[in-house]
Design a protein around this ligand. Structure first.
Ligand code: TA6
Length: 316
């Protein structure tokens, strides 16, 4: 069974304007709403691959009901801890003339320790040996940076496995709990390790540094370039992204995590999972909002992905 844990979900609103101008009223030529939050996006990708998952996390208020109803309308099972306050909204303004976008994420409603304890109890009741759990996204106010690390240790006590996609101190502490896989982007890996990430060799060194902190398998997503994998067994692989016309990269990292967990849960190797993750990320980046590609589109892109041994020769 696959679960996605989103502590700080969001209703993602995307507005497209012909050109961003300040101090005037702009009229949106196109608008869309996605049922977002990083873990929920992973569940939506899995749904595109006709793979069931259960979305778990904190929800509150009317926007929480919108998300719950939206996920259920997509056929995604849900199991939430309801909190006071209103689940947040994120807003993207897409400038059609330049292709650039502005994205603003609210911080989300605070979650007190009693609700945090309720969620940990829920996870303990759900987790079974062999399950895969995706832990993804930012932490809401009042949730400690150690929370993901606590969840990872709890999952491992139940024989379940964890993929972590977050940033900053919660990523560092999460790595110390030895997650089965972490998937930072280049900026998150640079922030954590303090290492440059301009070349594949540097990305491999940063992945090795994250492994030394405790993460088992490390995948660093590199945007349109693709992604690099360093396995727990110290192998290094690189998969270049298939060429797509990028429309909105928001959510592409979540789609990549969806492809990874789909492949790993299906018993495929980390390096084959890398190829599926890159194909899923490229599909999502080529679509509006945080839309996830169809299975047929993803499979078409996967055929174009070459996963190569990127081992750095010893200096000898
Ligand atoms: O990665 C895309 C996305 O999940 C959006 O759907 C939006 O919800 C945002 O990122 C949430 O990210 P955060 O890091 O704030 O949890």
């Amino acid at each position: 069974m696959i679960y996605t844990l989103t502590l700080n979900p969001a209703v993602d609103r995307e507005l497209t304007v012909s050109q961003v101008q300040y101090d005037t009223v702009l009229r949106a030529s196109h608008e869309r709403i996605d049922f977002g939050g990083k873990g929920f996006n992973v569940s939506r990708l899995l749904q595109s691959l006709h793979t069931p998952s259960t979305a778990v996390g904190f929800l509150g208020g009317k926007s929480g009901e919108i998300l719950q109803d939206g996920l259920k309308s997509l056929g995604i099972a849900t199991d939430f801890v309801w909190i006071p306050g209103e689940t947040r909204t994120t807003v993207s303004i897409v400038d059609q003339s330049s292709g650039h976008y502005i994205k603003v994420n609210e911080k989300g409603p605070p979650v007190d320790s009693d609700k945090q304890a309720q969620l940990l109890d829920k996870i303990a009741a759900l987790a079974q040996a062999g399950d895969w759990w995706v832990l993804a996204g930012s932490l809401p106010p009042r949730v400690p940076d150690s929370f993901y690390a606590d969840v990872i240790r709890l999952l491992h006590r139940h024989g379940a496995r964890a993929i972590l996609d977050t940033s900053g101190e919660s990523l560092r502490l999460g790595c110390q709990a030895s997650p089965d896989m972490v998937k930072p982007n280049a900026s998150e890996a640079r922030q954590l390790t303090g290492l440059p990430l301009e070349t594949l060799t540097q990305a491999a060194a940063a992945a090795h540094s994250m492994h030394q902190i405790g993460a088992q398998n490390v995948i660093i997503s590199l945007g349109q370039a693709g992604a690099l994998l360093r396995t727990a067994g110290a192998a290094t692989w690189f998969a270049a992204s298939p060429p797509v016309l990028e429309r909105n990269p928001t959510g592409a990292g979540d789609a990549m995590v969806g492809g990874l967990v789909w492949a790993l849960a299906g018993g495929l190797s980390p390096q084959v999972a890398l190829g599926w993750g890159v194909a899923c990320g490229a599909a999502s980046a080529s679509l509006d909002g945080t839309e996830m590609g169809t299975q047929a589109y993803i499979e078409e892109l996967f055929q174009q992905v070459l996963v190569e041994d990127a081992r750095v020769p010893d200096k000898g």
